[in-house]
Ligand binder design. Structure first.
Ligand SMILES: [Zn+2]
Length: 458
């Protein structure tokens, strides 16, 4: 009998696509699952998975922290593929090239409307536009120029087009629709942070989603709505109803959420312009300066807005976040981002929180449904443009050996707003393309098995 590169012995193998849920040995060679069987397997390396669940690793559709610091933290939470699809990038080839051969986990990106717009409008901002990229309407020629850059990105193998309409109030409805038309031309999804937020007229999240559904139907581009929990705020039930109704009429719309009641955004962004307290029913004290944990006042808000930086906004109701996490419509996506150890705890804890809190402690989600939302649903969303995803999000023979191995009786997040990088407990082993990147809860040094996942392009 063949000797595998590595073998996971005696684990409970769970695959949401086939419904497989049984004790088995898993044999891995050349980064691919070669056998799932009750027979004894031989391997050059062996990991004891007795008492543990062996499941496909998380495919994170929404990961802004695309560097080694963030990949290490995400790997400890079971993430095997981290995708920057919302903000996206301008230079797709360059972005993939920088990470090639030195990434701990798999990575990928969309071409982003915001970075493209910032380039065309000569905006000096860093992550978020601060001048014409946010506040100046584009001419017809500039819209054409943006379209050409988006075409170029998709031809280079970008996985989607990303949008953050909330960062750029000057984007006209027509401009957004013109960008959707580029996505439709390539069969690419639009991953969108909508322009509306919450339930308070005008420009509610109902209106925000209506614009996107109309653009999707008009152009033919599939729509993925980012973080329905935070964009929806109190209107989450209405948004989920709209998505369900749209899908029942054949609209290709999907969504995602993260399991936290606070969001995070750059304080200099347009969403915090005059009137935000009333608009979002929030006060200065609901904002927390990510670097220090300090709650803001009118005067510290003004000071920090001059400097710029990340602010955590405690803006959502727990019962609505719970309903969002457990809805069959939502994939789980972290929206994670850390810089020098500071940021939002979702980067380090999203997936172990779903497995530990929602599955084991609250019992509002079955383990198989949780794995489906963490791994299979996101992979399926990406696979029509990028067939590489047909081998991700699954624990089956022939699938890529991107696996998380956790103790279902212990797995739980520990990261907090004050200590956002504290690793979870019970997420014992994580494999990327068959190579252990986490073993016994520790990141393995000197391994870089992550691959850039791209669409075939044109
Ligand atoms: Zn967003």
């Amino acid at each position: 009998m063949a000797v595998f590169d590595s073998v996971l012995t005696g684990g409970r193998v769970m695959d949401p696509e086939s419904g497989t849920d049984r004790l088995a040995n898993v044999g891995i060679s050349d980064g691919v699952i070669g056998a799932i069987t009750s027979e004894t397997l031989e391997g050059h390396d062996s990991i004891d998975a007795k008492g543990l669940v062996v499941a496909p690793g998380a495919v994170d559709l929404h990961s802004h922290g695309q560097d080694d610091e963030n990949y290490r933290v995400q790997a400890l939470d079971g993430v095997t593929t981290a995708l920057e699809l919302e903000l996206g990038v301008l230079d797709v080839d360059g972005w993939y090239g920088e990470r090639l051969g030195n990434a701990l986990i798999n990575f990928g990106a969309s071409v982003g409307h915001i970075p493209v717009r910032m380039a065309v409008m000569n905006d000096p901002g860093d992550m978020a536009p601060v001048a014409d990229g946010a506040y100046k309407a584009a001419s017809e020629a500039q819209i054409k120029e943006m379209q050409e850059l988006l075409h170029r990105g998709l031809r280079s193998g970008a996985l989607a087009i990303g949008f953050v309409l909330a960062l750029a109030p000057a984007v006209s409805r027509w401009e957004a629709l013109e960008m959707f038309r580029v996505a439709a031309h390539h069969g690419a999804n639009c991953h969108v942070h909508m322009r509306g937020m919450g339930h308070k007229e005008p420009l509610t999240s109902i209106e925000g989603l209506s614009e996107l559904i109309a653009a999707s139907v008009t152009s033919g581009a599939p729509l993925h709505l980012d973080h329905v929990n935070s964009s929806g705020q109190h209107a989450v039930p209405e948004l989920l109803q709209m998505i369900e109704e749209g899908r029942s009429h054949g609209v290709d719309v999907t969504t995602e959420c993260y399991p936290y009641t606070a969001g995070m955004a750059p304080i200099e962004a347009a969403m915090f312009n005059e009137g935000w307290t009333d608009k979002f029913s929030l006060d200065y004290g609901d904002l927390e300066w990510a670097d220090t944990g300090e709650r803001l006042t009118a005067s510290s808000f003004a000071e920090y807005r001059e400097i710029g930086g990340m602010v955590i906004a405690h803006s959502m109701r727990q019962d609505l976040v719970d309903a969002t996490v457990t809805s069959p419509l939502t994939a789980i996506a972290s929206d994670g981002y850390l810089k020098a150890g500071k940021g939002h705890p979702r980067t380090a804890g999203t997936y172990s929180k779903v497995l530990g809190h929602y599955v084991r402690e609250s019992r509002v989600l079955s383990l198989m449904d949780a794995i489906r939302k963490i791994a299979l649903m996101p992979a399926q969303r990406m696979e029509s443009l990028a067939p590489a995803f047909k081998k991700k999000g699954r624990a089956s023979v022939g699938a890529d050996a991107d696996l998380m191995v956790f103790d279902p009786a212990k797995v739980i997040d520990h990261s907090t707003y004050r200590e956002p990088t504290l690793p979870p407990e019970g997420m014992l082993h994580v494999l990327v393309n068959g190579v252990p990147v986490v073993r016994n809860g520790a990141v393995q040094e000197g391994v870089s098995p992550g691959r850039g996942i791209r669409a075939p392009g044109a």
